[in-house]
Design a protein around this ligand. Structure first.
Ligand code: SF4
Length: 83
């Protein structure tokens, strides 16, 4: 049997519960379900707040910002060359 992560298992259970309709998982109103806080790929932080994925370190934020800035500049140059 193929191994799956706990988050993927939660996703599969929510989809099973909602007749494979992602919109129904998004709109789920069963707040007393144990899986409710973990719908849509959310995890809980140490304060019990929902968060998506891992929090970025300051270094990772700077790298991502630099990468996006570089892509934006490349696009700008590419678009200007088409004129
Ligand atoms: S959170 Fe909602 S969709 Fe997911 S298993 Fe619970 S009741 Fe079903």
């Amino acid at each position: 049997m193929k191994e799956i992560t706990p988050m993927k298992a939660i996703r599969q259970k929510c989809l099973d519960c909602s007749c494979e309709q992602l919109s129904e998982v998004k709109e789920c109103s069963i707040k007393n379900c144990a899986l409710y806080p973990f719908r849509m790929g959310y995890k809980l932080d140490e304060n019990g707040n929902r968060r998506k994925g891992k929090p970025l370190s300051e270094e990772a934020k700077k790298k991502a910002t630099d990468r996006l800035r570089k892509l934006a500049e490349e696009r700008k140059i590419k678009n200007l060359s088409l004129i």
